[in-house]
Design a protein around this ligand. Structure first.
Ligand code: FES
Ligand SMILES: [Fe+2]
Length: 471
């Protein structure tokens, strides 16, 4: 009986024994603090202090678009004057859905009794009411500020008086000829497991290694990771910006070179990815061109919509491995199994992130995990997030982050690949050397925090070249 009780407890203790399935813990409670995003929840309130993509520009047509973000049912539209509206879905009059509304010159008109709302939620017309009506002074529709940028529609769902700066990310201004393509990717599971997957670089070695191809594949051939990703890297994780985000530093020996890859994850839900098709074979110094910026946006606590930009230019993708034509609504051009549109058996034979992340459950139960050393990034992310929500890290405060974004425009990023000519040293621990080089590369990048633009790039590139010479 005591064993049965123990099995049913919310704090299960694993028994290490043969054929002990009966004793294996199967249930635990969800880590609500960092997974629940509804209004009034600690994370939901934190998230609501930032701008988030809520749909693709292309989704806005002549009929309104029903969307759900952070557990709130909304409607998005572009009115006939070109302004974007993101309004509560239920009409303030008697609750009809504005997804059946009629898009107007200014705002949207509910089709039930014709009440019309401007994009800011103001009631501008109630045609069945007498001229003397005071309704316009007492009623408004819930509305959120919104704007379009490079194919994504962003909205801010927090208190108006706390509306933050819109951060300007580096790839939006550099390089000048950057071709930017918006995409979306839906996963029926909690946002956190989708997001923290990026802090887990070890999975690229296993989940994606079955899909690796020859690093010398011809341009356009490879929508896969390069073979070099299949090699287990040294892994380290660091906070950046005093808790505003984190990076992983992955180091690999590729012949006579050391490849240091860094990607950054910023609070609350942004990841910026270095070159997706990197192979680590060509010498590179601080190739900081971003291949993808992505937001893990909670639809609600059990569904996530990834929104992002893929960037195409000669600097980031000199061999033209990426394919802008394959990116868009529920479509990306890298790796199999990103989008949930494949037959089940195909997913079984060749699983990708979509299959794996959704298989962790609607909301992955952290209590049931048995973390290993490669999970350091996932656990660091959770720690940062928790600290941010609790207000324990001033730099992660939404207001501080907004001020930071206003001062640093564009926001400097840490994501990069450097491939350094540092051969194996006979008789020395190579893993230790790779780790040390990784640490030094990050240190050099950090030392450029006070600089911007080409001054920063030159400073960092010089510093990394020096590491190569001194090694
Ligand atoms: S319910 Fe919308 S106008 Fe009546
Ligand atoms: Fe992955």
């Amino acid at each position: 009986l005591s064993a049965a009780l123990e099995r049913g407890s919310t704090q299960p203790k694993a028994k290490v024994m043969k054929y002990g399935g009966y004793y294996a813990p199967t249930a635990g409670s969800v880590d609500a603090e960092i997974t629940r995003t509804g209004r009034g929840t600690p994370l939901g309130e934190y998230m609501r202090r930032f701008w988030h993509p809520v749909c693709l520009s292309d989704d806005l047509r002549d009929v309104p678009l029903a969307i759900r973000i952070l557990g709130e049912d909304l409607v998005a539209f572009r009115d006939m004057s070109g302004d974007i509206g993101v309004l509560a879905r239920k009409c303030a009059h008697r609750g009809a859905s504005l997804e059946y509304g009629i898009i107007a010159e200014h705002g949207i008109r509910c089709s039930y009794h014709g009440w019309q709302y401007a994009v800011d939620g103001t009631l501008v017309d109630a045609p069945a009411e007498p001229k003397s009506t005071r309704l316009k002074e007492t009623v408004c529709q819930g509305a959120y500020p919104a704007f379009e940028q490079h194919g994504l529609v962003f909205a801010y769902m927090g208190p108006p008086e706390e509306q933050p700066t819109v951060p300007l990310y580096e790839p939006l201004v550099f390089p000048k000829d950057n071709h930017i393509v918006a995409f979306s990717n839906f996963l029926p599971c909690n946002w956190l497991q989708v997001h923290e997957n990026i802090a887990d670089q070890a999975h690229a070695v296993f989940l994606h290694s079955g899909m690796t191809i020859d690093p010398n594949a011809k341009p356009g051939e490879g929508a896969q990771l390069n073979a070099s990703f299949g090699q287990m890297p040294t892994l380290e994780w660091y906070e950046i910006g005093e808790g505003r985000g984190m990076v992983f530093v992955a180091g690999r020996r590729i012949g006579q070179r050391i490849w240091i890859r860094i990607n950054d994850l910023s609070l609350p839900n942004i990841t910026q990815h270095a070159y997706l098709f990197e192979g680590g074979t060509e010498r590179k110094i601080f190739a900081n061109h971003i291949n993808m910026t992505r937001w893990s946006v909670p639809v609600d606590d059990e569904n996530t919509q990834l929104f992002g930009w893929r960037f195409f230019n000669d600097l980031v993708d000199p061999h033209k491995r990426g394919d802008p034509g394959k990116c868009g609504k529920e479509a990306v051009d890298f790796l199999e199994g990103q989008v949930g549109n494949r037959p089940y058996e195909e997913g079984q034979r060749n699983p990708g992130d979509w299959e794996i992340l959704t298989s962790q459950g609607k909301i992955a139960v952290h209590e049931l995990e048995n973390p290993g050393t490669t999970d350091g990034g996932v656990y660091l992310w959770r720690k940062l997030l928790r600290a941010a929500i609790r207000g324990a890290r001033p730099a992660a405060n939404p207001k501080t982050m907004s001020e930071y974004a206003a001062r640093h425009s564009p926001v400097p990023l840490y994501s990069q690949d450097s491939v350094l000519d540092i051969p194996v040293r006979p008789g020395q621990d190579d893993q230790k050397l790779i780790r040390e080089v990784g640490r030094q590369v990050l240190e050099v990048i950090r030392s450029g925090d006070h600089l911007s633009g080409s001054d920063r790039v030159t400073h960092i590139a010089n510093g990394i070249t020096a590491i190569e010479h001194e090694a």
